[in-house]
Design a protein around this ligand. Structure first.
Ligand SMILES: [Zn+2]
Length: 269
């Protein structure tokens, strides 16, 4: 039994039919030919029902979390329905040879890849223009790159009547805290015009102190340094008076993510 388990746990044997059949035969032997069904009431990602299925057992799972249920159904309920079937997408039809090549879920996987790409392409045709590429600053090698994320801060108007600046409600200026790859947002404060703009800094140094103070929605105005009470920000939010300000654009670099300041965002983009 232990020797069988030693073989079962080897990664290379994950799809080894001989070993799995051997395990199934052993289970049949110890259950008089009537193995019990396996039930995992809190199945999460479905690994226990999946393993039971791999050992040839009747498997059941449940979970309160609908995402877990969806993942488990996709993992253990759908693939067996298409087991051994060839894919139906036109690209596979033209390249298809012998029947033997679509064993297990290979045919289904080929269809998921094909139609997944198809959906991505159709979506890109319709809304792709909303996701323009970003121009990479010269110090990062120049050229264009795909945007991973646009980082925004919500804003409210500073309640100090002498100020009235747009306060970015930021929890932290840190973009990346990994050693050697440190990056943060540096606010550029214009006390005359009462505006705040943002730039991106990397290398040595440390990000400035965050405008968030303590718990809840308490923030400091970056222009007048006045503390703004929690209730004021909540009222502005509830009243639909919150704004938003772009902090940085995150783009795919050759090896790492590149953080680009809003002012460096390509012209016309
Ligand atoms: Zn202020």
């Amino acid at each position: 039994m232990f020797r069988l388990i030693e073989k079962l746990v080897l990664w290379e044997n994950a799809n080894n039919r001989t070993v799995l059949d051997e395990a199934h035969a052993e289970i049949l032997k110890s259950t008089g030919g009537h193995p019990p069904p396996i039930y995992d009431p809190f199945c999460g990602g479905g690994s226990i029902p999946l393993e039971a299925q791999r050992l040839g057992l009747e498997a059941y799972g449940s979970d309160l979390n609908p995402v877990a249920v969806l993942i488990t159904r996709a993992l253990i309920e759908i693939p067996p329905k298409f087991a051994g079937q060839p894919p139906v997408n036109p690209a596979a039809k033209s390249k298809m040879s012998g029947k033997g090549m679509w064993t297990g879920a290979r045919g289904l996987a080929d269809d998921v890849r094909y139609y997944g790409q198809w959906m991505r392409d159709r979506a890109f045709e319709r809304i792709g223009y909303l996701y323009p590429k970003v121009k990479i600053p010269k110090e990062h090698g120049g050229g264009e790159s795909t945007v991973v994320a646009w980082l925004w801060a919500r804003t409210v108007v500073c309640p100090n009547p002498a100020c009235g600046a747009r306060m970015p409600l930021l929890r932290s200026f840190v973009l990346c805290s990994k050693t050697g790859k440190k990056a943060w947002i540096e606010p550029l404060i214009d006390n005359e015009c009462k505006t705040v703009e943002f730039t991106v800094k990397t290398g040595e140094g440390a990000p400035p102190e965050s405008p968030k103070i303590g718990r809840g929605a308490k923030f400091r105005c970056l222009v007048c340094r006045e503390t703004c009470p929690d209730q004021y920000i909540k009222d502005e939010g509830a009243g639909g008076r919150m704004g938003a300000q772009l902090l940085a654009t995150v783009a795919e670099g050759r090896r790492d993510r590149i953080y680009i300041a809003p002012c460096a965002f390509g012209e016309g983009a």
